[in-house]
Design a protein around this ligand. Structure first.
Ligand code: ADP
Ligand code: MG
Length: 383
């Protein structure tokens, strides 16, 4: 496993070699969007791109942090000042992990990676998890991967202040190469599902639209509130307990808007289980249909798509993709397309032409096969 040259960069910046190097990947959620907070299932996989964290124990109580993606500027913080509410920028993701893991020593931390930032591929969880697993190794904390996922989530929720679910951290830590991770958001149990694109000559194309429409925060809260309201009005614990039939029979008890929001949640939960079946029978044509249905549901019922995402999806499908959908919270970010590996260039060209024709910013493209979760690349020295 490459360590992306971070060993040398660490030494250049901090004057000594790191004690531990770890890496954690970004992720794509194949299907199961906007249902983590409805007790649903999600089916993410780790992408090839990863974030590296190199750490070294210090003998004092200072924390020094730098990232190659932030100009290698060294940020110095006193460990005793680290608490939620301390102002800062990106380094709060790292400090949040120190806080969640209750680290009581000074450390030097250097970050470098290839997960695109803010593209919906969860660079934030890759960052948190690379640091979490590196610190666990450095200080022999002995947390298992699930516990580390919860602590990394705690860092993002409680320290950075982003109310994310547990999916991103779970997949960054638990993913297996050639597999997607079926995660039950109700009890956090998980199962590896074979997702062997390579031997089927398939590939997953990730299209970063580079669009970021600003209404995301309010819209996210509104969607959650609609789901909560339906659950209360229908007297159920969560959307997980509702079938589409039951929802349709109860339509009079909720508003039209609540009905379509709930219809997305209920059908999307079912689609994840159908996708697992499709994967288990290696039926990638069916998987493509499910991706398309997920996109239509997010676009028409949940109303979280945007023109750039719809253009990416529509042009991928018309250029021959087996299926495509927006991923992430919506209103920008990335879409995915399940494609035949040998059609990749043609599909990319068609999407670029469609974006150009509409005057959108050019998208960025990545392809990825399901990859390995977090790893220790350089173990701690034996003391
Ligand atoms: P996403 O997780 O989809 O990439 P987020 O907004 O949740 O988007 O997280 C992106 C933020 O995480 C960045 O703005 C930055 O603060 C932080 N971040 C992630 N990776 C790095 C990195 N390699 N170096 C510095 N900061 C990073
Ligand atoms: Mg994030």
């Amino acid at each position: 496993m490459q360590e992306s040259g971070i060993r040398g960069k660490f030494e250049e910046l901090f004057g000594q070699l790191p004690d531990v190097i770890a890496a954690a990947p970004g992720r794509v959620n194949l299907i199961g969007e906007h249902i983590d907070y409805s007790d649903g299932y999600v089916l993410p996989f780790a992408i090839t791109e990863r974030t590296y964290a190199a750490v070294r124990r210090r003998s004092d109580r200072l924390v020094r942090i730098a990232s190659a993606q932030r100009g290698n500027m060294v940020i110095t913080v006193k460990l005793d000042d680290v608490r939620p509410g301390l102002k800062g920028q990106w380094e709060r993701y790292v400090l949040g992990v120190l806080w969640a893991l209750k680290i009581d020593h000074g450390v030097d931390v250097m970050i470098d990676g290839h997960v695109p930032l803010g593209a919906g591929l969860s660079s934030s969880a890759a960052l948190e998890c690379s640091v979490a697993i590196a610190l666990d190794e450095l200080f022999s904390l002995g947390f298992d991967l699930k516990a580390l996922a919860r602590l990394a989530q705690k860092a993002e929720n409680g320290y950075v202040g982003v109310p994310c679910g547990i999916m991103d951290q779970s997949v960054a830590l638990l993913a297996k190469p050639g597999s997607a991770l079926l995660l039950d958001c109700r009890d956090l149990t998980s199962r590896d599902i074979d997702f062997d694109l390579a031997s089927n000559a398939l590939e997953l194309l990730i299209i970063d639209t580079q669009a970021h429409h600003s209404l995301t925060d309010g819209a996210y809260a509104q969607r959650r509130a609609s789901c909560d309201s339906v659950v209360t009005k229908l007297g159920v614990q969560s959307m997980r307990e509702l079938t589409l039939n039951q929802l349709e029979e109860s339509q009079d008890l909720i508003t039209d808007n609540e009905f379509i929001r709930a219809r997305h949640a209920v059908t999307e939960i079912a689609r994840v289980l159908d996708a697992v079946q499709a994967l288990e029978s290696q039926d990638f044509v069916e998987l493509g249909h499910l991706l398309n249905a997920s996109h239509r549901s997010l676009r028409d019922d949940y109303e979280v798509s945007c023109s750039e995402l719809n253009t990416a999806v529509d042009s991928a499908i018309s250029a021959g993709a087996l299926g495509a959908r927006m991923i992430g919270a919506g209103f920008g970010g990335s879409a995915i397309a399940l494609i035949k590996a040998d059609q990749s260039q043609g599909i990319i060209r068609e999407i670029k032409i469609a974006f150009g024709g509409k005057g959108f910013k050019p998208p960025r493209f990545f392809t990825s096969l399901p990859s390995q979760g977090a790893q220790i690349i350089q173990r701690a020295p034996q003391i």
